[in-house]
Design a binder for this molecule. Structure first.
Ligand code: FES
Ligand code: FES
Length: 157
């Protein structure tokens, strides 16, 4: 079956069974491999993308229900050929990226948080990240990066 999607502002057409997870469509059909398949059970956050105005676990979302709202992936966070997004910059600067498996999902969740709350405290950041598992960093540097990115974004306003 053919489905029309809006991904990072581009119209895309894919021909797959309707129950195919959005994550598989992004990675296998559209070659957008930023979102990662960690658990494939909705528990690790590595596959997080944005659908409309909310983040979703794309490993659990059938493509058939992702056609009505715009999809944003980590590939669309920074402007093409532009600098990294402040969240990406801060994660690198603060040492919040080690193996990187969790990073695309972290970026999507943190961008979502900072859009809703431009001045979060550490507790709010930790709460927002409750569905994003990182096995490497111990989270402290990721929280630090989120607070640093929030400050940079406020300053840029
Ligand atoms: S791969 Fe989707 S939540 Fe783990
Ligand atoms: S940096 Fe390795 S899982 Fe987070």
């Amino acid at each position: 079956m053919s489905y029309e999607l809006s991904v990072n502002g581009r119209r895309e057409s894919v021909d797959v069974p309707g129950m195919t997870p959005l994550l598989d469509v992004l990675r296998d059909e559209l070659s957008l491999r930023g979102a990662k398949k960690g658990c494939a059970e909705g528990r690790c956050g590595a596959c997080t993308v944005r659908l409309g105005d909310r983040t979703v676990a794309s490993c659990l979302l059938p493509v058939a229900v992702a056609t009505d709202e715009p999809i944003s992936t980590v590939e669309g966070v920074a402007a093409p050929d532009g600098p990294l997004h402040p969240v990406q910059e801060a994660l690198l600067e603060c040492g919040g990226v080690q193996c990187g498996a969790c990073t695309p999902g972290m970026v999507m969740t943190l961008c979502d948080l900072l859009e809703a709350d431009p001045d979060p405290d550490a507790q709010s950041v930790r709460q927002a990240l409750v569905g994003n598992i990182c096995r490497c960093t111990g989270y402290h540097k990721i929280v630090e990066a989120a607070l640093s990115a929030a400050a940079a974004l406020r300053e840029a306003r």
